[in-house]
Design a protein around this ligand. Structure first.
Ligand SMILES: Nc1ncnc2c1ncn2[C@@H]1O[C@H](COP(=O)(O)OP(=O)(O)OP(=O)(O)O)[C@@H](O)[C@H]1O
Length: 265
């Protein structure tokens, strides 16, 4: 874990948060969530499928309202959105070319065309897609499309990036490369990142901290500090502690899945 993370002021402070979706049958998604996310940290959220991870992320970003409790967001900005989202798929517009997709967030923020095209060109270079500025998403691979979605989020200038399984649809080799690229961008920019993942390995490779959620109605079961030095990679995975932590997290999640299915006798 980065030494300074613990001393950073909170980017998000969640207190006694509850979320009940009002549907034909009300769904109690989140119950009494208390969580502090330090500025500049990389936090991964893991938990059983359907427990409420995406809901928590959307509440952090203000896309969904909480039912009760509070979310204090200290990272605000007059000129750009306080957070930018990256979703697993469909995050970029098929009718826009690469440069317009990357510049979209800045366009929404009212930044002039010349400035946003210069910034988008720089970001396209940083993600290794120079030469593809005029290409359309259907002409690109899945990995290239997710690079664009990530570049667009960084290019908005938002101080926080909220990512919902951003690498989940990629093949394992592309995913490994993109994990490294994402961490390199985060280390250079030091945004506050909150990333939902189903992959325990990914959480251990990317995160300063891992927030483990219980089965629905979800609460924060545990927050684990990830002890591995950066850069992390194959050597990190060979560390015996990596295997131990992976087993510990998996066993905890498995208990939650079993509990939610009523499978524990
Ligand atoms: N708009 C909505 N209306 C009603 N129920 C909803 C709504 N959005 C989510 N839910 C319910 O809230 C619960 C949590 O959903 P959420 O998508 O946050 O879980 P998740 O942990 O991200 O799932 P997964 O890991 O499968 O992506 C689920 O039972 C889901 O059906």
């Amino acid at each position: 874990m980065s030494d300074s993370i613990e001393t950073q002021p909170p980017a998000y402070e969640v207190k006694n948060l509850n979320k009940i979706f009002v549907a034909e049958k009300p769904v109690h998604a989140l119950v009494d969530i208390n969580l502090t996310i330090p500025e500049g940290s990389f936090t991964c959220i893991v938990g059983p499928s359907g427990c409420g991870k995406s809901t928590l992320l959307r509440i952090l970003g203000g896309l969904v309202d909480e039912t009760s409790g509070t979310v204090n967001r200290s990272l605000t900005s007059q000129s750009v959105p306080s957070s930018a989202f990256v979703f697993q798929e469909h995050g970029i517009f098929p009718w826009m070319n690469v440069i317009d997709n990357v510049a979209f967030g800045q366009q929404m923020a009212g930044i002039d065309k010349k400035t946003r095209r210069a910034s988008a060109t720089e970001w396209i270079k940083r993600i290794g897609l120079s030469g593809f500025e005029d290409s359309y998403p259907h002409q690109l691979s899945g990995g290239m499309r997710q690079r664009i979605a990530i570049a667009r989020a960084f290019a908005t200038g938002s101080p926080a990036l909220l990512m919902d399984e951003p690498l989940g649809a990629l093949d394992s080799q592309t995913r490994t490369l993109m994990q490294e690229e994402l961490v390199a961008l985060w280390e250079a920019e030091r945004k506050t990142v909150v990333l939902v993942t189903h992959s325990i390995e990914e959480a251990l490779l990317l995160g300063d901290r891992i927030v483990m959620m219980s089965a629905r109605p979800a609460t924060v079961k545990e927050v684990i500090d990830v002890p591995f030095e950066r850069p992390r990679g194959i050597d990190t995975e060979k560390d015996p502690r990596f295997g131990e932590m992976k087993t510990q997290i998996w066993e905890s999640i498995r208990d939650e899945v079993q509990e939610s299915m009523g499978a524990i006798s």
